[in-house]
Design a protein around this ligand. Structure first.
Ligand SMILES: [Zn+2]
Ligand SMILES: [Zn+2]
Length: 785
């Protein structure tokens, strides 16, 4: 009896205690919903969240959705705070959080933490994930003979590997990528499902038992049957023997050969129909590169970054062996990159020498990514093919950056692999779905279907049919991927651009508004947009200099000064018009720009650059010509031709690049101003050339003339800014790829001026699509609101 009472007492007490505990517990526990947007898919976000939940002792779920990542969390107030703070402060290394939201919701009693399947309820509204360079851990694994991924070139993890290159649709799950055709083996699946594994939920996970197969072929297509690890040894041996290999990499084919074999580089140039355009070089490792060239902090950082672009470096004091005369004819700079994929890494390990790694295409065509096409088009160039059976859904060229010599100002020359297709710095809000078709030469497409802005990778010159085809394909792909058709289409004013014509075509088909925007105003809007200057109270001077663009007066603009003030852009002044001769030929033949700007004296001096027949023709054209230009790009051409640097371009921008390459530095004490006067408020272009000629005739050193020419342009910008009492100067257009000019501007601006250059986008026509979009949002859409 006593015992019974005793038991009852304890059982009741126990129940009472439990009740109190759970009451207190439930009061302390709460549930929140966390929503994260930005670059959060395909970057190891969910596995990271899982691990964090275990560390901090909270329960709930995480999943991808069309807006990013969504987390339900139950835990104590303190733990939830801890979780959220850590998540925001230390997110996974390759992710980028754009926005995050946390809100308390009704209590849910989760018993553990789980990654739950993605549920797509609405249209996609998130940043897409670009390709990432191979990480250090994966690099170690493929080099380790005890690792099961030894020599497996497609080794990836949550922090590295191709993403945009294999994306079919979103959310970023395996079945939405071209990896879908490879079923994970048991070992891979174990890694994929093990929360403690670094490949937990890694969508591109594979190994040589279940993954992508690489194979070596002769130029006639016949396969050479050797095991995987021997393929890389064999390819390295073939390259050292002087063969050209077409290698299918993660973004498309690369044509590779020994970078110190003069004859083979000449052969590659000939068959690729690329006589002088510089070739980029792949270095096997950073330590070897640093033995040959001294790098500064920024260059090293860019070379090692997850974007891993080609970095243009000065070849001064180079200590290695490279066939410079064949690689970079006439230049003092060379584009260098480090292995960014397992394929290139394994090859580099075997090679230990640097190789040419140039886009696998014919002159002007887009990079090839399909096996059959590669054999069809490149068989006349490559001696061997290294194929693999992973489909590349978004082929991309390598991106290119350069840092100026004096102030290390970064310029993006080509924005593609590693950067595309996101544009992160976008803050505008609108309900319209806008598609901007860009320019003609360095084509890109910008699309705003939701809260995010997407800018395609660099596509190339739309005059090439293959580039145009890819352009059309991306337009359609964007609309399918986001399940949105544009409501507005933006085009350049140039009626002849393929992008303009295609924009008109789809605008009709999809019944959208169609708006044309002047080329240089788009450039100006691009730079204003990059630096969020639209709300700026002060006047901003826009200096927009490039090769060509269709002007409001139907002339060819390119030497423009604009002002931005109170939501308006005005053309302030420009370089005085000179004759645009012989249509497209003018951009290709710098000697024609010189001829156009020449007075009688200069003309007499340069007749030797033309045949008698040509002179007669161009003189008669000049007399009756009506088409005029203000292009600073053409002024650069004229100077390059006058100084005997380049009369006929073999690639776009050659004269301007060669001109810049004549100098590696400048001495302001030796510079003089070639500009004298304004005529009717515009800059006297011809007198600048006349003064340069006068120095040239007096045998002034060529390098001094070039420095003075850039100095003249710099002074002109500041003079016009002062005349108009403007302190903020925004510059865009292809001319601002000239890093010596950028440095001079920075040095001479002192504290008086604030300068803005393109930073997230290339200053050239790659930024036109973004500029059109910005122009529309701030100057057209704005007035309707
Ligand atoms: Zn990795
Ligand atoms: Zn496997």
């Amino acid at each position: 009896m006593e015992l019974k009472a005793y038991s009852i007492f304890w059982v009741s007490f126990f129940i009472f205690l439990k009740l109190v505990q759970s009451k207190i517990g439930n009061q302390m526990l709460k549930t929140v919903k966390i929503e994260i947007s930005g670059r959060v898919q395909g970057v190891g976000f969910r596995p990271y969240i899982y691990t964090l939940s275990q560390k901090i002792n909270v329960n709930g779920t995480v999943s991808n959705n069309e807006n990013g990542v969504i987390i339900y969390l139950t835990g104590s107030d303190k733990n939830i705070q801890l979780f959220y703070t850590e998540l925001i402060q230390f997110p996974p290394p390759v992710s980028q959080i754009k926005e995050s939201k946390i809100e308390e919701i009704s209590f849910q009693d989760f018993h553990n933490f789980q990654i739950v399947p993605s549920i797509k309820r609405g249209k996609l509204n998130l940043s897409l994930t670009p390709d990432f360079a191979i990480c250090e851990t994966c690099k170690e694994e493929i080099a380790d003979s005890n690792n099961r991924r030894f020599y497996y070139p497609f080794t990836t993890c949550v922090n590295c590997g191709p993403r945009w290159a294999v994306t079919k649709t979103f959310p970023f799950e395996r079945e939405n990528t071209s990896l879908q055709s490879f079923k994970m083996c048991d070992s891979c699946y174990e890694e994929y499902t093990d929360p403690s594994n670094r490949r937990f939920h890694s969508q591109t996970n594979s190994c040589q038992n279940c993954g992508i197969t690489i194979s070596l072929h002769k130029s006639d297509g016949s396969q050479i049957n050797i095991p995987l690890y021997e393929i890389f040894k064999e390819v390295a041996a073939l390259i050292k023997k002087g063969k050209i290999i077409a290698i299918k990499n993660t973004g498309g084919y690369l044509l590779c050969c020994d970078a110190n074999n003069k004859e083979i580089i000449k052969k590659l140039r000939k068959s690729k129909k690329r006589p002088r355009k510089p070739f980029a070089v792949l270095y096997p490792s950073l330590p070897l590169l640093e033995l040959h060239l001294s790098l500064n902090k920024q260059q090293r950082k860019a070379l090692k970054s997850t974007e891993r672009p080609i970095v243009i470096l000065q070849k001064k004091d180079f200590k290695g062996d490279l066939a410079f005369a064949e690689l970079i004819p006439g230049l003092n700079q060379i584009g260098i990159m480090l292995p960014y994929s397992g394929i290139l890494q394994l090859l580099a390990e075997e090679l230990k020498i640097s190789i040419v790694a140039t886009s696998g295409n014919l002159h002007g065509s887009p990079i090839i990514s399909n096996n059959e096409q590669a054999e069809k088009i490149l068989s006349g160039i490559a001696d061997y093919f290294m194929h693999h059976d992973l489909e590349i859904t978004n082929p991309q060229d390598d991106s290119v950056v350069k840092f100026s010599a004096k102030y290390q100002q970064e310029v993006l020359y080509r924005r593609s692999r590693g950067y595309a297709p996101n544009y992160f710095n976008f803050k505008d809000k609108t309900n319209e779905k806008i598609m901007a078709m860009g320019g003609g030469l360095k084509s890109t497409i910008a699309f705003l279907p939701n809260d995010h802005l997407y800018i395609s990778q660099y596509l190339g010159n739309l005059e090439h049919y293959d580039v145009y085809e890819r352009f059309v394909k991306i337009t359609n792909y964007f609309t399918e991927l986001f399940e949105e058709k544009p409501s507005v289409i933006l085009i350049d004013k140039h009626p002849g651009y393929q992008s303009t014509q295609y924009g008109k075509e789809i605008s009709k088909k999809w019944q959208t508004d169609l708006i044309s925007i002047q080329h240089h105003k788009a450039h100006f809007a691009a730079i204003l947009g990059e630096h969020h200057l639209f709300n700026c109270k002060e006047k901003v001077l826009g200096v927009i200099w490039d090769g060509t663009g269709y002007g409001d007066d139907k002339n060819i603009w390119g030497g423009e000064f604009f002002t931005f003030h109170k939501n308006e852009i005005d053309r302030l002044t420009h370089f005085a018009y000179f004759d645009w001769l012989a249509g497209d030929k003018m951009s290709k033949e710098p000697r024609l720009s010189l001829f156009s700007l020449a007075d009688d004296e200069v003309e007499n001096h340069i007749v030797g650059k033309f045949s008698k027949n040509e002179i007669a023709i161009y003189k008669s054209i000049k007399k009756k010509n009506k088409l005029k230009t203000s292009s600073v790009g053409r002024l650069f051409d004229a100077v390059a031709s006058l100084l005997g640097i380049c009369d006929i371009n073999t690639y776009e921008g050659e004269a301007a690049i060669l001109l810049e390459n004549q100098i590696t530095n400048y001495d302001l004490n030796k510079c003089k101003n070639y500009h004298e006067s304004f005529i009717d408020g515009v800059i006297d272009t011809k007198s600048i050339l006349k003064n340069i000629f006068s120095d040239y005739k007096s045998s002034v050193d060529k390098q001094e003339i070039i420095q003075s020419f850039l100095y003249t342009l710099t002074l002109l910008i500041f003079k016009i800014a002062r005349q108009n009492n403007i302190q903020k100067i925004a510059m865009s257009g292809g001319v601002f790829q000239n890093t010596v000019l950028m440095d001079m501007l920075k040095e001479l601006s002192g504290k008086e001026f604030k300068l803005f250059f393109n930073h997230n986008l290339a200053p050239n026509d790659e930024n036109i699509s973004f500029g059109q979009l910005m122009y529309y949002l701030h100057f057209i859409d704005f007035s309707n609101k």
